[in-house]
Design a protein around this ligand. Structure first.
Ligand code: TYD
Ligand code: MG
Length: 441
């Protein structure tokens, strides 16, 4: 067994542990992410061995076991349509959900709204009961639904559940960065060892009691805190709440899910009285009403949900040896590739230009269906002319994956997108090569 004083080196990105420090994590290849922490083997191991001393383990025969079917008694709805869609059908008994997002994005707000619908225990590690009370009031929720435990100790959570005979269907732990699991254990709240241990014990509690637990985890852009990445394998489901803090739109995305799909998204809008679910017709990620230079519109599928997005590009003469390539909302390598294809097939000298591309609304697109719109926006900005639909003065919707040869490929769920575009009164552009863009300008 490890000595208590022994240190381990933990990658803050993926959570792998090493016996010595190095500049790069050999598991996830990230640089400068390895930090020294005191050994955390101690108390987890201690607890484990106690348990195995007390109750001797037996092999379980599946044939003799009563297994609850997932969709009968063990799943319950959140009463928030977009939330249910992302989780699969709803919350499963004993499910542990890691709820990640940048500070201030609305994690506490959405989970308060969730408790307002179904009731449960709010473990407040960051705020006081009064602060939560004020939020409940602001959101116009039923105070009766809330039981608040002000603590940052997992021991307290365990004790309260025992004392109340666990009457709660769900608990929200806000946030994991504030929790400690073992007073004498290593590290302050927020340290990697405390975060890992606390999560480990919360998972144990959920599995033992059948209560579902939502664990809030802050993620920073730099990712230098003990990120949800290293907790991923411990929990059943990982959700991310995304969006631009300055904007109103929020996207709930599922990254891992033992009980449901992993490609669904839920869309909300942050309003004066909390987060409101919004339908696809209402989602307007479009900043410019009329066609503009350097702007195109595309329809991407996020899960089964179509979203109309605007792509903006700025192409300007570069004064540096290495022209800038900056993409926000699309993958960097994909962006580089599209710039190269545009240069070759459309014959424009982008090697002399800085290229900036961004997706409106602060969302990240993984659907290659927006390729054509990216190329279109770059071309429009380079030419300093707008892309207009053949009839009228509106922006056409550009959809298609662009191949290395500049061909425009058909995308998945093409019919669904076409129907949606029609219902929004927009026109879809169909071309089979990006060369077709030349005729639109
Ligand atoms: P919050 O849920 O506290 O963020 P997180 O828990 O992810 O850190 O949300 C904070 C922001 O949301 C804050 O800037 C105020 C805003 N907000 C509203 O716009 N409307 C509301 O009804 C509430 C409760 C918050
Ligand atoms: Mg919060």
């Amino acid at each position: 067994m490890k000595k208590v004083s022994e240190s381990v080196f933990v990658c803050t990105n993926c959570g792998n542990e090493f016996s010595k420090w190095s500049g790069q994590c050999s598991a996830c290849k990230e640089w400068n992410c390895i930090k020294e922490v005191k050994s955390l083997g101690k108390s987890i191991k201690g607890r484990r061995s106690r348990k195995s001393l007390g109750e001797s383990k037996e092999i379980k025969k599946l044939s003799g076991m009563a297994i609850e079917s997932k969709d009968s008694t063990s799943v319950f709805t959140t009463n928030i349509g977009e939330f249910d869609r992302v989780l699969g059908k709803g919350i499963v008994r004993g499910q542990v959900v890691l709820f990640g997002g940048e500070p201030g994005i609305g994690k506490s707000t959405l989970l308060t709204q969730l408790l307002g619908k179904i009731g449960g225990l709010y473990v407040a590690g960051e705020e006081t009961a009064e602060q939560i009370g004020l939020r409940v009031q602001r959101l116009g929720l039923d105070k009766e639904k809330f039981d608040i435990l002000e603590t940052n100790s997992v021991d307290d959570v365990e004790e309260i559940l025992e004392r109340t005979n666990n009457v709660f269907k769900i608990a929200v732990v806000d946030s994991i960065q504030m929790m400690i699991s073992d007073m004498e254990g290593s590290g302050a709240p927020g340290s990697i060892s405390q975060i890992k241990q606390s999560t480990f014990r919360l998972v144990e509690i959920a599995k033992k009691t059948g209560m579902a637990i939502f664990i809030v985890g802050h993620v920073t852009k730099e990712g230098d805190i003990a990120g949800p990445k290293m907790l991923e394998h411990m929990v059943d489901t990982v959700l991310y709440f995304e969006g631009e803090r300055s904007g109103e739109l929020r996207i709930l995305r599922v990254d891992k899910n033992r009980f449901g799909p992993t490609d669904e998204v839920g869309v909300f809008r942050m309003e004066e009285k909390g987060l409101r679910e919004i339908s696809s017709e209402e989602v307007s990620l479009i900043d410019s009403k009329v066609p503009q230079i350097g702007s195109t519109i595309s329809m991407v599928m996020e899960g089964t949900r179509p979203l109309l997005v605007e792509i903006q590009a700025l192409v300007t003469e570069s004064f540096s040896q290495m022209p800038k390539r900056i993409f926000s909302g699309i993958d960097f390598n994909r962006g580089q590739l599209l710039v190269a294809v545009a240069q070759k097939i459309l014959g424009i000298p982008l090697y002399k230009e800085d290229v900036f591309v961004s997706v409106s609304g602060g969302i990240k697109i993984s659907d290659p269906g927006c390729d054509l719109a990216v190329v279109g926006a770059i071309y429009s900005s380079y030419k300093n002319k707008v892309i207009k639909s053949a009839k009228g003065n509106s922006s056409p919707v550009l959809i298609g994956e662009v191949s290395l040869l500049g061909q425009v490929r058909r995308v998945k769920m093409a019919e669904k997108r076409a129907k949606e575009i029609k219902s929004l009164g927009k026109e879809m552009l169909t071309i089979d090569s990006i060369k077709g863009l030349k005729e639109l300008i």
